[in-house]
Ligand binder design. Structure first.
Ligand SMILES: Cc1cc2nc3c(=O)[nH]c(=O)nc-3n(C[C@H](O)[C@H](O)[C@H](O)COP(=O)(O)OP(=O)(O)OC[C@H]3O[C@@H](n4cnc5c(N)ncnc54)[C@H](O)[C@@H]3O)c2cc1C
Length: 303
C-alpha cells in the first residue's frame, strides 16, 4: 500500500501547475477555468500547508506581482490597501503609520524581516487563521474587503468574512483585491499586544483596542482578540460593559466580561486556561495604553 508522507519536509510532495498572470483579469480567468486552482501570494502559509499535504492544489495562480494589487492609497476618509502589499511595505508606509497606527503596530510585531518581505496582508486575511495578527486591528477599525471575480466586486465587512479556523466566505474563483480601512478616528487611543513563544512566532493570544476618552470616561471602546476563538473576534459584551467607565473601573470590569466573549482551546501553542488568563492581562495592559495615547496621541495624524 502506498503511504502518504504528512510530516514537514523541505519538498512539496506532489506536482502542480504554476501560473503567473500579468493582469488581475487573467488571474480571474485562470481561477474560473482551471479546476483545483488556488491563489498564492507570498506562500508563507500556503506552502507550509502544501508540504504537510493539508491542501493539494492542482494549480497555483501567483498574484504577488500584480500591480493592480500592490498599492497603499489614502482616499478621503479611508486607506485602501492592495492585497499583495507585503507586511514590510506596510511597516514602511507613512500613510499606514500615521493614519492606521493600530494596524501599523500589529504588522510591526509580525514574523521576521525576511518573512515580512514576502508575506502579504491579503494572504494573512485569506488564510483565515484565528491567530492572524492583522485581523484584530482590522476588526476594530471596521475594515471592508473587496472580493473580485469575473462576475464583479462584492464588498464585505471583515466581521462577516471569517467563519471558522482557516475558513472564510471567499469563493475559489475570487481574489481579495483590496482592503478599505476607515482612517484612525481623531482623538482615539490604540494598542495592539500579543504573546507568542518567540518574538516572530504566531500569537498565542492577541488583543487590539481602540477607544476615546471624554471627561475621564471611556467612550466607544472597540476591542478585538485573536487566537482565543475559532475566528478573530470583537469583544462586544466587554465593549458595552466598559462604555462610560473611568480607566480604573474598566480595568476591573473589562477582564471579567472578556471571558464571555472568547472560547479558547488547547492546542500546540497553548492551553485554553493560559489563553483565558493572559487575555485578561493583555486587555488590561491595552486599555491602559490606549487610554494614555488618547490623551497624548504622539505620532498619529489627527483628523
Ligand atoms: C516564520 C513565520 C512566522 C510567521 N509569523 C506570523 C506572525 O507573527 N503573525 C501572523 O499573523 N502570521 C505569521 N505567519 C504566517 C504568514 O506569514 C502570514 O499569515 C502571511 O501574511 C501570509 O501571507 P502570504 O502572502 O504568504 O499568504 P499565502 O501563503 O500566499 O496564502 C495564504 C492563503 O491565502 C490565500 N490568498 C493569498 N492571497 C490571496 C488573495 N489576494 N485573494 C484570495 N486568496 C488569497 C491563499 O490561497 C492561501 O489560502 C508566519 C509565518 C512564518 C513562516
Amino acid at each position: 500500500m502506498l503511504s502518504v508522507n504528512r510530516i514537514n519536509t523541505y519538498r512539496i510532495p506532489f506536482t502542480f501547475e504554476y501560473y503567473r498572470p500579468r493582469t488581475l483579469r487573467e488571474a480571474l480567468e485562470i481561477l474560473r477555468s482551471v479546476e483545483g486552482a488556488k491563489v498564492v501570494a507570498g506562500g508563507t502559509d500556503l506552502v507550509v500547508d502544501m508540504k504537510f499535504r493539508r491542501v493539494e492544489p492542482k494549480a497555483l495562480v501567483d498574484v504577488s506581482k500584480l500591480e493592480e494589487l500592490r498599492y497603499v492609497r489614502l482616499v478621503e476618509d479611508y486607506v485602501e490597501i492592495g492585497s499583495a502589499v507585503t507586511l514590510q511595505e506596510l511597516v514602511e508606509s507613512e500613510v499606514v503609520r500615521a493614519r492606521l497606527p493600530l494596524l501599523w503596530e500589529a504588522v510591526n510585531s509580525m514574523a521576521s524581516w525576511q518573512v515580512r518581505n514576502i508575506a502579504t496582508i491579503g494572504g494573512n486575511i485569506c488564510n483565515a487563521s484565528p491567530a492572524a495578527d492583522t485581523a484584530p486591528p482590522l476588526l476594530a477599525y471596521g475594515a471592508k474587503l473587496l472580493l473580485t471575480s469575473l462576475d464583479g466586486v462584492r464588498e464585505v465587512g471583515i466581521g462577516e468574512f471569517f467563519v471558522g479556523p482557516k475558513r472564510s466566505i471567499i469563493r475559489p474563483d475570487e481574489v481579495l483585491q483590496a482592503i478599505r480601512v476607515p482612517v484612525h478616528p481623531a482623538g482615539y487611543g490604540w494598542s495592539f499586544r500579543k504573546v507568542s513563544r518567540t518574538s516572530f512566532d504566531i500569537a498565542k493570544i492577541s488583543v487590539a483596542v481602540l477607544l476615546k476618552v471624554d471627561g475621564g470616561r471611556i467612550r466607544d471602546p472597540r476591542i478585538a482578540l485573536g487566537a482565543v476563538a475559532p475566528t478573530p473576534v470583537r469583544a462586544r459584551s466587554t465593549e458595552r460593559a466598559i462604555e462610560s467607565l473611568s480607566l480604573e473601573e474598566a480595568l476591573e470590569v473589562g477582564p471579567r466580561f472578556v471571558e464571555g466573549d472568547i472560547a479558547p482551546i488547547d492546542d500546540v501553542r497553548s492551553t485554553a486556561w493560559y489563553r483565558r488568563e493572559v487575555a485578561k492581562v493583555l486587555l488590561r495592559d491595552s486599555l491602559r495604553t490606549a487610554y494614555e495615547r488618547s490623551l497624548n496621541p504622539g505620532w498619529v495624524h489627527e483628523g
